[in-house]
Design a protein around this ligand. Sequence first.
Ligand code: NDP
Length: 451
Amino acid sequence: MSVIKDVIAKVKQTDPHQPEFHQAVEEVMGTLEPTVKKHPEFVKANIYERIVEPERAMQFRVPWVDDKGCVRVNRGFRIQFNNAIGPFKGGLRFHPSVNLGIIKFLGFEQIFKNALTTLPMGGAKGGSDFDPKGKSDGEVMRFCQAFMRELFRHIGADIDVPAGDIGVGGREIGYLYGYYKKIRNEHTGVLTGKGLDYGGSLVRPEATGYGVTYFAAEMLATRGLNFKGKTVAISGAGNVAQYAVEKVNQLGGKVISLCDSSATIIDEKGIDDKKCCYVLDLKNVRRGRIAEYADKFKTACYEGKNVWDVIREQGIKVDIALPCATQNEINDKNAAALVKNGCICVAEGANMPSTPEAIKIFQEKKILYGPGKAANAGGVATSGLEMSQNSLRFSWTREEVDNRLLIIMKSIHKNCSDTAEAYGKKGDYVTGANIAGFTKVANAMLAYGVV
Ligand code: NDP
């Protein structure tokens, strides 16, 4: 058996109940075979087996009190996966589906994503099975405080710097950071995604959505194409989706879809800037459901279906797909329908939104396919820029941050593209991203000896 197959088999045998983690490991490891031949030093130092084992995994009890005075208990996690190239860094997800396997998959992906950003950040992820939906601000605050009551002892500006993810936006980061500051009596860059008035960076809220659009634009440019006049499908209606809509509009594309976990809306006329502002208010202020968009703008609404199911079932033609909701949202049937209906480019705003079977279809049909760890790295890259500004005790202008984000996304695209070509896989961004990210981290691990 090859080193790679051994590692995959061991991961499955050791943690049989973590399918998302297996999927992420197989996706990365499945492309690393050429590095085994090229770097015997990695094999000798057993880097492949070491890199799939988290440095440290914390699971903790989070007791809190709801508005009725009842004591509730959730489960908290922080996986510090790898800090070879910088302090641990990665978001916190609050969603009922969260479990150890999901946090491990996200933390594992984060190692390579962070390596691609060109900034010194290791990989981590955390979260809880707490569901902020339907909770009052007071309940969310008490939960965040209870979560931080344990998390604070594991993090620090030079140790581990969490940020947002699904269910953790500006409100949650404010409560988390406020409580950290209170109990630690220090004001440092220990979380990113902070509000502008207390150490946040301009363009951080926009960064993942802008970044995925910049990455798609880079991919399109390799075929002499751009966003102008293209029909774009976007899934999700949260942070990443909202700013992807904004940037696609700026680049001349027309976005026709959004969804949340209850429904999908299709707006053939396009979600223009005014409608996009409505979505921001609906989701970030009123915390409503996307179906309200259909009532307001008299568009089609499909309850209980995601964007990709609707596109397949209704035979809707799109040129570009930006999945920005959650893992495994595009299956093989949806992928086949997208390609059949003329889709030329898929760039992943979400983490692992395409199943392995869907990815195979995109690659076989040779459409432009940008995997999440490259395409959505703009969020964490801008978190890295927030950390730099916090260390400098200085704030850059919007133009400065946005320009740095654009430069980083172009450099990630070039790195993936060049690496794929160097390994005889021209145009294969999956192989390019995985090998480029892995090699950087593996070299650093090698330099440290066995630690
Ligand atoms: P948000 O919580 O802001 O938004 C997530 C959106 O996706 C919500 O509209 C949510 O609907 C919807 N959604 C979640 N699960 C499903 C589902 N099963 N079916 C349909 N819709 C669903 O999260 P973000 O926008 O921050 O994150 C979205 C994705 O992007 C995640 O995969 C995340 O890991 C990834 N990402 C985020 C980054 C960031 O900077 N925020 C950085 C890099 C990647 P509902 O409200 O009903 O749950």
